[in-house]
Design a protein around this ligand. Structure first.
Ligand code: UDP
Length: 256
């Protein structure tokens, strides 16, 4: 039986109260969604792979000094994180034209951009996450100008680091989405990387074959989603075993 209090349930993850105040347990589900939940399916093993891949990337980013909410992985599907106040902005960083950018500006998918481009979207399911500018974000008080500066510089540092990391394993980081949160330490507040970084929120293309190793396989009905995520994990040197066999229900976490 699961006696933990659920704090929030999203499309691909659940947050439970953590064992200590100021902590949460982030649980990765097998649900795959796209187009703001209009397309929905269960893909066995996806949660396990995303948990491992995100753990790995957050640890690596932490090692190079990017502050994150991540504390440690607890089990196949769950990680312990610091509770943060999520800033309601999705930050997308692009290196190569694809997806909505290609559609909006009529750019061929695969065109290298003149430089990395950062975009902001307001997190709102009802409004389908509309694109917004820094003006909207500061005028409506979703983030302060100082927080936006921090977000912008963290986003570019994360992009530089992850682009190199993926390049090293033969993968092109085409674009990705990240979220940030406010972490309070006494009176001090810091902007930290939150949520997850996994093939669910990145476009990852094989350098040689241009094979898609990300959620576009689901969005575009290409099949082979778990195999693609497994390939990303394998190249990063992660041993995930058989992700389909991990239990899908919540797991009780001991505080000690
Ligand atoms: N993305 C995401 N969540 C969203 C929207 C986008 O993780 O709600 C990611 C997506 O996986 C891609 C990048 O952000 O890596 C850019 O997505 P795009 O704007 O091209 O939108 P899409 O084509 O996914 O509608």
């Amino acid at each position: 039986m699961n006696r933990r209090r659920k704090v929030y349930e999203g499309k691909a993850k659940i947050l439970y109260e953590g064992p200590e105040p100021g902590t949460l347990v982030q649980h990765f589900k097998d649900d795959a969604t796209a187009f703001n939940n209009k397309k929905h399916d269960r893909v066995e093993g996806k949660g396990v792979l995303n948990n491992r891949i995100s753990e790995y990337l957050f640890n690596k980013l932490g090692d190079v000094g990017v502050p994150t909410h991540f504390i440690k992985r607890l089990n196949m599907r769950e990680q312990l994180i610091r509770e943060v106040e999520i800033i309601p902005i999705e930050v997308v960083i692009r290196n190569v034209a694809a997806g909505s950018l290609s559609t909006r500006l009529g750019l061929d998918e695969g065109t290298t951009l003149p430089r990395s481009i950062v975009e902001f979207y307001y997190k709102s399911d009802e409004l389908d996450d509309p694109m917004v500018t820094e003006e909207h974000i500061t005028a409506f008080g979703w983030a302060t100008p100082q927080e936006l500066d921090d977000i912008m510089s963290l986003a570019l540092r994360i992009n530089d680091f992850l682009s190199g990391l993926f390049l090293g394993v033969g993968i092109r980081l085409v674009d990705f989405k990240v979220e940030f949160g406010r972490l309070w330490e006494g009176e001090q507040m810091r902007v930290v990387l939150a949520d997850e970084i996994s093939p669910d929120c990145c476009r990852l293309w094989d350098i040689e074959t241009h094979d898609k190793l990300d959620k576009d396989r689901f969005r575009r009905d290409m099949g082979g989603l778990v195999e693609a995520y497994q390939e990303v994990a394998r190249r990063l040197g992660l041993h995930v075993g058989n992700p389909g066999q991990a239990q899908s229900g919540p797991v009780l976490v001991q505080s000690k």
